[in-house]
Ligand binder design. Sequence first.
Ligand SMILES: Cc1ncc(COP(=O)(O)O)c(C=O)c1O
Length: 352
Amino acid sequence: MFSKRTGWERAPNALSLAIEEARRDPRFVDLTISNPTAIGIDPDPELLRSLADPRSLRYEPHPLGLPSARAAVSEYYRRRGVDVDPERIILTATTSEAYTFLFRLLLDPGDRVAVPTPSYPLFSFLAELADVELTHEHYGADAIIVVSPNNPTGLCPTAIERAHLVRDDTPLIADEVFLDYLISSRFGEQTFANEDGALAFTLSGLSKVAGLPQLKLSWIAVSDHPYAEEAIARLEIIADTFLSVSTPVQHALPALLDHAEVFQRALRSRLARNRALLPSHARVGDGGWYAILPLDRDDEEVALQLLTEQRVLVHPGYFFDMETPAIVISLLPDEEAFGRAVASLANAGTGS
Ligand SMILES: Cc1ncc(COP(=O)(O)O)c(C=O)c1O
């Protein structure tokens, strides 16, 4: 009756059962939180007025996105000192959808896409649904994904790593959803949106840039490469098949990207305050929303112990395919809950 690719193991495991119980405890702190609308940094409700533009009463489908919305994304890059022609911008509903479109554009069934390690677990589902294989080897891959800054390590590629990534014969997918949250390097130095040494597809969107994942607008910026025009023409047909980005969010985009500056100011100061509460052995890379605490014992065991004894939920490193034991914590919670949870991590012996 059903496809083999959807035969996922769905039975709850020991951790998911313990989470349900811990959530009922008033001491519970979720250090896996990634939802920016649930952390007490709330937009002014007036922002919703931008979605009520009367132009949205009219449906004029543009597969790549409304010209005004593509221009707004180009302006987002211009404000960061990066020149990206609106003609090279394609709108999608989510970054996950952008990945799916790109897998369909670049890969045939069984082709290999290289993903970073560690990396967040969505890739295995995206690859399965698109009938492509994941590899950690760049050599022989048909497309390469770089997540910069990486989720969860926060690392961006070094100059040497970048030179290896940019190869004329292998398309690159650069996931830059966290690039506005760099600690020390600069956006313009790191982005692949104006990288012309490879056919590069740079992904970002409102989820992380403006803290508005519920509005469903992301984008792909195609680098200025000899194959760019052909890539965009083919993506236009893929996008035309779905036409998934709503008209109101496209008309609202300039206001939503203005709001991004307000949201980011508030979140950046929260991230800095929470980073200051971390133990000295924690690693945060060069940005992003997470920190890694290396462990000297099994991470699943520690995660379960923290949950049952301290009521603190963390991700064990294996969730991200980390090779050595570690826990991954979100830097998004408010400082009071975060400080309390970090103190209980130390009590539970996760310091080293
Ligand atoms: C690195 C990275 N890319 C993409 C996404 C998905 O973003 P979207 O909500 O736009 O699909 C996430 C979500 O957490 C992420 O961590």
